[in-house]
Design a protein around this ligand. Structure first.
Ligand SMILES: [Cu+2]
Length: 475
């Protein structure tokens, strides 16, 4: 295939145009789209995508900001595929530093030109990522972001993130199919008055940088319309480098239908939802009211502090978005009774403990500061920290000795969180919050793919400051 054919294929889907006009509370007309950005959809078993990463001025929340962008937009395009598809993703690195792509949550090989974070794309060069999604890959909401150790927090916090949706059985459940779908990609940015990023400084890096401008799929406080008796499907992704969100929708319970790795067995209703960096949740909202606007609020969440350095999360409530009633559904839609079965993983044959700790050390370019470790060691790409057997089931306990929460993420395979009763949760996750001075267990099966992969804290500053370890899955 020539480069031109490749690019032409990639733009088949073009820009999504499911625009909906809505009256804002201020009386002006605003437009909210299902996904305003570019969209690439697989066809005939192939997903072909052309991307470029660059530092540039972008439209963000109604202003100009100097950010890092995939295809000139923040967040980047939406990629949509089906189980069994062959993906070819060409990325040109227009940044003045190396970058690469990590396919967060996808169950694909960590080798070659697939989900291989040890690959780097030098400045000015390009690479073709190629991989096949397994035929039994769960439908779900995954995402792509750079993963070059030492640069991850910077590149993600400056905007490099894009959603990767796998369509399948969950989408075919009639109520889910009938719901109006929106992707809510939560990002935060620290910008000065001119739109330039603010250097977070050392203490913010140790805590994990947070920006004061929160955007939802590139917009500030967007409006979503819901029909009376209708259903809204909100697909949430925390694409922030460090910020946790604690979400509540006024007057509406949130019906969770999927966690990070796909559907759960039955919808689970909550009033509040905590999302750590990297996490996703798929929610249904039922239009049980008639009128009014209802705010999606971000509540304070205390994720601890870096000792005497202070920190924590801001104590204020923020409005992230608004739900507005408009019209009435042709037929009344209800929350489905059942979704998809999730079998519990069998008992583990191997148990391991990982201690999460911090220690003072040198931070390049910044002087002495806090660094982060897993089982006493900082990340070293040339060392194997954990060797496991392909096909085996293991139970891992994370023991957090620090005064901050660490959301741990494992690449390649999703896991089940083990409850206090010793039973695994029937839900697939790839990020789990290990709260300050506490411990958390997960059960994981290393399926399908041998090779070298990693686990790390998804507060990306912590990862860059050492909190990552290698895993060798041996055939
Ligand atoms: Cu951490």
């Amino acid at each position: 295939m020539t480069r031109r054919e490749f690019i032409a294929l990639g733009s088949i889907a073009g820009v999504a145009a499911a625009g909906v006009a809505a009256l804002s509370r201020r009386g002006a007309v605003s437009i909210v789209r299902a996904y305003q950005q570019e969209r690439f959809v697989s066809a005939g078993g192939a997903l072909s995508v052309a991307l470029s990463a660059s530092e540039q001025w972008v439209d963000l929340a109604g202003r100009q900001a100097r950010l890092y962008a995939f295809n000139s937009r923040v967040p980047g395009p939406l990629l949509e595929a089906q189980p069994g598809d062959d993906a070819q993703i060409r990325v040109r690195n227009g940044l003045r530093e190396p970058t690469n792509l990590h396919y967060h949550g996808l169950h694909i090989t960590p080798n070659g030109t697939a989900d291989n974070i040890f690959l780097e794309i030098p400045e000015g060069e390009e690479i073709d990522y190629r991989f096949r999604l397994p035929l039994n890959h769960p439908a779900g909401f995954f995402w792509i972001h750079p993963h070059v150790h030492g640069l991850v927090a910077q590149q993600v916090s400056l905007g490099l993130a894009m959603p990767f949706v796998v369509r399948g059985d969950l989408d075919d459940i009639p109520e889910v199919a009938a719901a109006r779908e929106h992707f809510l990609i939560l990002q935060d940015f620290g910008l000065d008055g001119a739109g330039h990023p603010i250097d977070p400084g050392m203490s913010a890096s140790m805590m994990g940088r947070e920006g004061s401008l929160i955007t939802v799929t590139g917009q500030r406080q967007p409006q979503y319309t819901i029909e009376q008796d209708g259903l809204l499907r909100l697909r949430l992704l925390n694409a922030s480098a460090s910020r946790f969100y604690r979400l509540r929708l006024e007057n509406h319970p949130l019906h969770i239908i999927a966690t990070d790795g796909g559907a759960i067995a039955t919808p689970h209703s909550v009033d509040e939802l905590v999302l750590a960096p990297g996490e996703r949740r798929d929610l249904l909202v039922q239009g049980r009211r008639v009128t009014g606007s209802h705010r999606l609020i971000n509540l304070p969440y205390d994720r601890g502090s870096a000792g005497m350095m202070g920190g924590g999360t801001s104590a204020t409530e923020t409005e992230l978005a608004t739900l507005v009633y408009q019209g009435r559904a042709e037929r009344s839609l209800t929350i489905p009774q059942t979704l998809l079965q999730v079998p519990a993983l069998p008992p583990a044959t191997v148990r391991r403990t990982f201690e999460l700790s911090d220690a003072m050390g040198m931070i390049p370019g910044r002087g002495m500061g806090m660094r982060f470790r897993i089982s006493g060691r900082e990340f070293d790409a040339n060392r194997i920290d954990t060797s496991v057997r392909l096909g085996s089931v293991e139970e891992w306990e994370f023991v957090n000795t620090t005064t901050m929460d660490h959301p741990m993420h494992i690449h390649t395979n999703s896991f089940q969180v083990v409850g206090p009763d010793g039973q695994p949760e029937r839900a697939w996750r790839d990020v789990v919050i290990v709260k300050a001075r506490s411990r958390t267990r997960v059960r994981i099966r290393f399926e399908d793919f041998a090779g070298r992969t990693v686990q790390h804290c998804h507060i990306l500053d912590h990862e860059d400051l050492g909190m990552m370890g290698t895993i060798l899955i041996e055939p």
